[in-house]
Design a protein around this ligand. Structure first.
Ligand SMILES: NC(=O)C1=CN([C@@H]2O[C@H](COP(=O)(O)OP(=O)(O)OC[C@H]3O[C@@H](n4cnc5c(N)ncnc54)[C@H](OP(=O)(O)O)[C@@H]3O)[C@@H](O)[C@H]2O)C=CC1
Ligand SMILES: O=C(CO)COP(=O)(O)O
Length: 359
C-alpha cells in the first residue's frame, strides 16, 4: 500500500450509498459517487446534501458526485454497489468496462435476482470474474448511519484483503465493521429479514402487541435458519448482526421501508398503494415471492413467508392469516437442539398432513 488515500467509488445515490460515501470521506478516503440524476449530483456537490434520499443530513463535502461511470471508477481501490436488486446487474454491466481485477467490489444490496435466485455478490462475480468480492450487511438504517448513531455492520468475504480494506475504509468511532468469511450466509440473512419486516409492520398497524412482535421475530429466525440450512448455508451466521441484528431493527422501526410497506398494508392500503406511497424500493415485496416459491419447490416449511405471500398477492386478509398461523401445527422451538432425525420426521409428517402445502 502507498501513502495516498484510499480511493472509494460508490455506485448509487440512494440513502445507504450516500451514508457510506460520507463515512469513507470522514475517514479520509477520496470518494466519488455515481448516480444517474444530474440535478441530484449537482446538489450533493454544491450543498453537500442529498435532498431526495437523505434531506436532513449533511454529507461530507469531500464526496464528489457525478453521472459519468468512467470518472467515478477511475483509479478506485474499493467499489461499493448500492443499487436495488432489480437494477443491480444492469448497473454493474454499465460499470464493467471501467473496472479492473485488482479492485475490491462490495455489494450493500439486500435483495435477490429472480432468474437463478442469485444474490448480488454472485452477480458481481458473474459479471466481472474478479477475486475481491464482498458483502456489507447488518442493522444499518441509513438515516441513523447518516446521523452518526452508534452502529455496527458486517463485511463478509472469503477474501481477507476485502475484509480488512472495508474495515479500514468504513470503521470509525460511530460505525464498527465486523468481519465474516460467510459471504453467502450474511447476504442471505439481509435479504430474508425484509420479508419479516413487512409482516412486523403489518402486525403493528393491526394493533398487535409486543408479545406478538417477539414471537414473529423469533419464529422468523427459525424459518430463515431452516431455509439457510436447506441451501447448504450455516445458520449460526444468523445469530450475528446480519441475521438477528438486522431482523430486530427492521422489524421494530418505522425507518425501515419494508416495515412501512407492511404498516400501510395493515392500515388497509393495497400493495400497489403501499409501494407507491413509499416512493422507494422495499426489497421484501419481491423477496417474499421468490422465497415462497423456492420453499414450495424444495419442500421447506416456511409458514410465515407463505402467509405473507397469501396476504400480499392473493388478497387474504392479514388478520385472517394471523389466526390461521396461530392455529397451525405447534412445532418445536429451537430445531437445532433437536436430533436431526426428529426434525426431519416432524417436517415429513407436516408435509404429509398438508399434502405439501404450507401455512
Ligand atoms: N436504506 C437503508 O437503510 C439501507 C439499504 N440497504 C440496501 O442497500 C441497497 C441500496 O440502498 P439505498 O442506498 O438505500 O438505495 P435507495 O433505494 O435509497 O436508492 C436507490 C439508488 O439506486 C438508483 N437506481 C435505481 N434504479 C437504477 C437504475 N436502473 N439505474 C441506475 N440507478 C438506479 C436510484 O437512482 P434514482 O434516484 O435515479 O432512481 C438511487 O440512487 C438497498 O437495496 C437496500 O437493500 C442496506 C442497508 C440500509
Ligand atoms: O436493511 C435495512 C436496515 O438494516 C434497511 O431496511 P429497509 O430496506 O427496509 O429500509
Amino acid at each position: 500500500m502507498t501513502d495516498q488515500p484510499l480511493r472509494v467509488a460508490v455506485l448509487g445515490g440512494g440513502s445507504f450509498g450516500t451514508a457510506l460515501a460520507s463515512i469513507a470521506a470522514d475517514n479520509g478516503a477520496r470518494v466519488r459517487q455515481w448516480l444517474r440524476d444530474p440535478a441530484l449530483a449537482e446538489q450533493i456537490n454544491r450543498e453537500h446534501v442529498n435532498g431526495r434520499y437523505l434531506p436532513d443530513y449533511a454529507i461530507n463535502p469531500a464526496v464528489v458526485a457525478a453521472t459519468g461511470m468512467a470518472e467515478v471508477l477511475e483509479g478506485a481501490d474499493l467499489v461499493l454497489v448500492a443499487i436495488p436488486s432489480k437494477a443491480f446487474r444492469e448497473v454493474v454491466r454499465q460499470a464493467r468496462p471501467f473496472l479492473a481485477p485488482q479492485q475490491i467490489l462490495v455489494t450493500t444490496t439486500k435483495g435477490i435476482q429472480e432468474e437463478g435466485f442469485k444474490l448480488m455478490s454472485q452477480i458481481l462475480e458473474e459479471e466481472t470474474g474478479f477475486a475481491h468480492i464482498g458483502v456489507i450487511s447488518g442493522p444499518n438504517l441509513a438515516s441513523e448511519v447518516a446521523d452518526k448513531q452508534l452502529t455496527a455492520t458486517v463485511i463478509a468475504s472469503d477474501d481477507p484483503e476485502t475484509r480488512t480494506r472495508v474495515q479500514t475504509a468504513l470503521g470509525c468511532d460511530y460505525f464498527r465493521v465486523y468481519a465474516s468469511n460467510d459471504r453467502y450466509g450474511v447476504e442471505l440473512g439481509g435479504a430474508l429479514k425484509n420479508i419479516y419486516a413487512i409482516a412486523a409492520g403489518m402486525a403493528a398497524a393491526l394493533g398487535m402487541g409486543e408479545n406478538t412482535r417477539s414471537m414473529l421475530m423469533t419464529r422468523a429466525l427459525a424459518e430463515m435458519s431452516r431455509f439457510a440450512v436447506a441451501q447448504g448455508a450455516n445458520p449460526m451466521t444468523f445469530l450475528g448482526l446480519a441475521g438477528v441484528g438486522d431482523l430486530i431493527v427492521t422489524c421494530s422501526s418505522r425507518l425501515s421501508r419494508n416495515y412501512r410497506v407492511g404498516y400501510a398494508l395493515g392500515e388497509g392500503k393495497s400493495l400497489d398503494e403501499a409501494v407507491e406511497a413509499l416512493g422507494q424500493v422495499a426489497e421484501g415485496v419481491n423477496t417474499v415471492r421468490l422465497v415462497r416459491d423456492k420453499a414450495r419447490a424444495e419442500g421447506i416449511y416456511m409458514p410465515l413467508a407463505e402467509g405473507l405471500y397469501q396476504v400480499l398477492f392473493k388478497g387474504v386478509p392479514a388478520k385472517e392469516m394471523a389466526k390461521m398461523l396461530m392455529l397451525g401445527e405447534q412445532s418445536s422451538d429451537v430445531e437445532f437442539v433437536l436430533a436431526r432425525e426428529d426434525v426431519q420426521r416432524a417436517h415429513r409428517e407436516r408435509a404429509g398432513e398438508t399434502g405439501g402445502e404450507h401455512g
